[in-house]
Design a protein around this ligand. Structure first.
Ligand code: KIV
Length: 276
């Protein structure tokens, strides 16, 4: 039987303003994906700051080749399960592909993920004008938003694959400009994925909101990984930016604790997990 987080250490719940304080104080933010209550409990017990119900569930849970088939109902189902496993970590849920088709869909998705499923924040990819409008519309209705830039997986077909972004100067300048736009639109957090370390550093220094990197180098305000990647159980080749934290350890709990320690100390990501 499932027991709600009975042995988790005493710790205050992580909040949106708390993440801003962590950036200001130079404390690295530890974020990890979770898709069910049992893994949520493991994250919480290890003191992970933020749990992300990513639409990566389309790939690691459902077995699709991209995140595009994930629906709002799937996101609500998994977010509700994760919410039931958490006591202190803050919960972010992804807005699925095309949830931003118009403002009423965005607001409906935000309302379901926060009001019904229990997320504290929703994540949206890109910085196109309609995405900036969506960020503003959610934010003024007190739904905090995490923006997501760089290698945005919902644009896989536009990119021609999961390709590193911001390698050319003009492209890097565009990503930085987009980061400033999503912040101005009201985003409280930014996930920056699949960009050279130099760009991760530049964007993080320019932002007042925390920047969480995944394949964006060691200088971001925090790090996020897909839990299946960091446990070494994703089928196929491990992504370069990830590390198998279960290798040489005897439990999932020890692997998550090691990840949290290495993110906080700055040991992860090392140069071999980063892009030049
Ligand atoms: O869907 C997801 O898990 C994500 C992370 C890779 C940041 O967006």
């Amino acid at each position: 039987m499932y027991v709600q987080n009975a042995s988790a250490p005493e710790r205050k719940p992580v909040t949106v303003p708390g993440l801003h304080v962590m950036k200001a104080q130079g404390q690295r933010i530890v974020m990890l994906t979770a898709y069910d209550a049992s893994f949520a409990w493991q994250l919480d017990a290890a003191g992970v700051d933020v749990a992300l119900v990513g639409d990566s569930l389309g790939m690691v849970i459902q077995g699709h080749r991209s995140t595009l088939p994930v629906t709002l109902d799937h996101m609500v189902y998994h977010t509700s399960a994760v919410a039931r496993g958490l006591s202190t970590a803050m919960l972010i849920a992804d807005l699925p592909f095309m949830a931003d088709r118009d403002l009423s869909h965005v607001l409906e998705a935000g309302a379901r993920l926060v009001g019904e499923a229990g997320a504290a924040m929703v994540k949206i990819e890109g910085a196109a004008p309609h995405v900036l409008d969506a960020i503003s519309a959610l934010t003024v209705r007190a739904i905090p938003v995490c923006a997501h830039l760089g290698l945005t997986p919902q644009s896989v077909h536009k990119f021609g694959g999961f390709r590193i972004q911001g390698r050319e100067q003009a492209d890097a300048d565009r990503v930085l400009a987009e980061a400033q736009e999503v912040q101005a639109a009201g985003a409280d957090l930014l996930v920056l994925e699949g960009v050279p370390s130099s760009l991760g550093k530049r964007v993080t220094a320019a932002m007042s909101i925390p920047v969480i990197g995944i394949g964006a180098g060691p200088d971001c305000d925090g790090q996020v990984l897909v839990i299946h990647d960091m446990l070494g159980i994703t089928p196929g080749k491990r992504p370069k930016f990830s590390k198998d934290f279960l290798a040489g350890r005897d439990s999932v709990a020890a692997a998550i604790a090691a990840y949290a320690d290495e993110v906080r100390s700055g040991a992860f990501p090392a140069p071999e997990h980063s892009f030049k």
